[in-house]
Each structure stands twice: as C-alpha cells, then as structure tokens.
Design a protein around this ligand. Structure first.
Ligand SMILES: [Zn+2]
Length: 374
C-alpha cells in the first residue's frame, strides 16, 4: 500500500467465511482488526475521560470533520496541536469527510459537480465544501486516516439520482486523491450505490482502480433491512483489494458487526454504544438490558458477569437508581460498559478468526443476542 507510514498486514482469513484478522499500522500506532472505533464527534467520546476510553480497549477513535470544521474550526484545532494534541488522544484517529452530516444535518445542501453548499445547523452560516476543501480541512485536523468527500443520497431514492451521486462520488474520490499532500495521512475512498448490488460492485471496482490505501462502504444504516445491508456487502467486498483495510461506516448493532465481519469487513464505527448508554440501555451477550425497567430495581447482578469495566463493579439496581435520580454517573458508566462490550466482542472475534472457528463463533453469538435480556 502507498505511504511508508502505513502498513496493512493480513494475518489470517477464516476457513468457513470471509472474516479476516489483520494489523493496520498508522503513525500513531497499530490497530488490530476487525476493530471498532468509538465516535468522538466533537473530539471527545461523550462522557469518557481519556483514561476511561483507553481502559475500554479502544485503539482508534473517530472524529467528525463537519462538527469540528464548524466549531471550533479546523484552524483552531490545528493551533491547539491538531486533533491529537487538541483531544489528548495519542492513538490513531480517523476523520470522516463531512459528507454524511452535510446531507443529514445541514440545511439546504445544494450539490454541483464542483462542490456542495450548505448552511450550518448551528448558526445558519453558509459553507462550501469541495473534495479538495475536505482534504485540506482533514489535513489541518491531522487525523491518521481521512475520508474522501462522497455524495450521499437518502434511501430510498430514485434510481437515476442514486446513479448520478455514485458516479460523482467516484469523480470526487479522484479529485481528493490528487489534492492530498500529507504522507502521514492515509486516504480512504467510500463506495456508494444505494441498495443496488450491481451499482455497488461497479463503484467498488472503479474506486479500486484508483488505488487508495483503504476503502469504506458508506450510505448504509439509513433504514434499510439487515438483509439488504448484507446483500450490498456481498456485492461490494469481493471488488475491493484484499490487501487494504475495509471499513463499514456507521454500523451498527453487535449482530451487524458479526455479520459484516463474516463478509470481510475490518473496521467499524457507530454511536450506538454511547447513545444507548446515555439512554440507560446496556449491551450484553444476551441482548439489551433496559435499566429503567422495574425488574432491575433490586437486581444485585452486574450488567455482565466477568466484564472488567467500571460499571460492572456495581449492581444493576444501583445503576438503575443513578438514571432515575438523574445522576450523570449513570450515562457515563453505561457508556463505558457498552464500549467495553464492543471492544471485547471484537477481541473475541479476532481470536476466533485466528483459530479458524469464526463462522461457528458468530452463529452462536448472534443466536444468543436474539432478544432482550431479563
Ligand atoms: Zn461492564
């Protein structure tokens, strides 16, 4: 792969699935894959100190270009020591390009071939973002991995519009590649194509020809069924080079991660562990624990037996009390537990791949995740 600062080592591919274990080395350290990145939208994973984040087993964090470019601004982040100095996170950081947020959060997004124009959701100010500007902002932010700007359309959309946005995404990826200057930042391209497997395969093949150091599958987790998502992955992944990392953006539930890994995905990010944690919902091996439910009032058990996290030193009954009393420790502890749960799940997945038993491991875990825990 390009750039001496980055290295992707494929260790093993599971005998009965496409699941693979690998190490992606960045200027700020290695990432053991399959890996999960917590979302640090504003340069902070909500509610967690850096020590708490590290203790969850997190290796790589995601930050949002759209949010940081609007506030405090990429130049301010650069002046405060780029994202690593600004946030204090010394490990690898990936920034998205802002495409997804522009099309989901901003007002009046207008797309031309040259760029996208939109109004900030914070103060209504007018912004322009081109593929080149998205590169420049992420280079100022100083992330290890930068995502190219893509044209995201809501689903379902008219087939003509999906085709147009997909073709533009490929042209924009080419422009982003030409604009990149930093050798210590790897650029990942994003496969679009809606829910059309043929269009997805075509987009992936075109982007693969451009020889990016990594590839992402974008535009999913927007209301499609799990079956539709898996179908897109089955069409896309075989078109991507085997010697580059593959990142599924914004997905998802533990069972989605397990299914995507078996289809050859290496990297994930999702707000679910922290967002659900703030809403008193805990992930466990046996499904979701909704702590506000009365059944947990006198429950002496931890959220998960054997979990080493700070939340699991307490009883479910105590955690439930923190939420009902409006104490900030409740959302903090359950966010910590959920992130620890995700990191442990992926650690177990990596071990299962190395031992050639991933397919059986995933099937068993998905079955157990079936329903709500009691
Ligand atoms: Zn725990």
């Amino acid at each position: 792969m390009t750039g001496a600062a980055f290295r992707f080592e494929l260790h093993h591919t599971d005998r009965a699935s496409r699941a693979r274990s690998s190490t992606f080395t960045t200027p700020h350290g290695p990432v053991e894959m399959p890996a999960f990145m917590p979302v640090g939208t504003q340069g902070t994973v909500k509610g967690l100190t850096l020590d708490a984040l590290r203790a969850t087993g997190c290796q790589m964090m995601l930050a949002n270009t759209y949010h940081l470019a609007l506030r405090p601004g990429a130049e301010v982040v650069a002046a405060l020591g780029d994202l690593h100095g600004f946030s204090g996170w010394s490990g690898p950081i990936l920034t998205d390009s802002g495409g997804f947020q522009i099309f989901s959060l901003a007002h009046n997004a207008q797309v031309t071939e040259e760029q996208v124009t939109f109004r900030s959701h914070i103060d209504g100010n007018l912004f322009e973002l081109s593929p080149e500007r998205a590169v420049a902002i992420q280079e100022a932010l100083g992330s290890d991995v930068a995502m190219v700007l893509d044209h995201v359309v809501p689903l379902p959309s008219d087939a003509g519009l999906v085709r147009e946005a997909t073709d533009r995404t490929v042209r924009w990826a080419r422009r982003a590649k030409e604009a990149a200057r930093r050798a210590d930042q790897a650029q990942f391209a994003i496969v679009q194509g809606g829910l059309d497997p043929a269009l997805r395969a075509e987009c992936a093949a075109q982007l693969a020809e451009l020889d990016f150091p990594g590839y992402a599958v974008g535009g999913l987790s927007v209301g499609e069924t799990p079956a539709e998502m898996y179908q897109v992955l089955e069409a896309t992944v075989p078109q991507l080079p085997a010697d580059r990392p593959r990142y599924l953006m914004g997905v998802g539930r533990p069972q989605d991660l397990l299914e995507a890994i078996s289809r050859g995905i290496d990297l994930f990010d999702c707000v679910l562990p922290t967002r659900n944690g703030r809403n008193a919902q805990a992930f466990t091996d046996h499904g979701t624990v909704r702590l506000r439910n009365l059944q947990f009032e006198r429950d002496l058990r931890p959220l998960e037996e054997g979990c080493p996290c700070a939340a699991c030193r307490h009883s479910r009954g105590y955690l439930r009390h923190l939420f009902l009393a409006g104490e900030m420790l409740g959302p903090i502890l359950v966010s910590i537990h959920n992130l620890t749960y995700y990191q442990r799940l992926l650690e177990q997945a990596r071990r299962a791949i190395a031992e050639d038993r991933y397919a059986a491991f995933a099937a068993e875990r998905i079955k157990r995740l079936g329903g709500d825990a009691c």
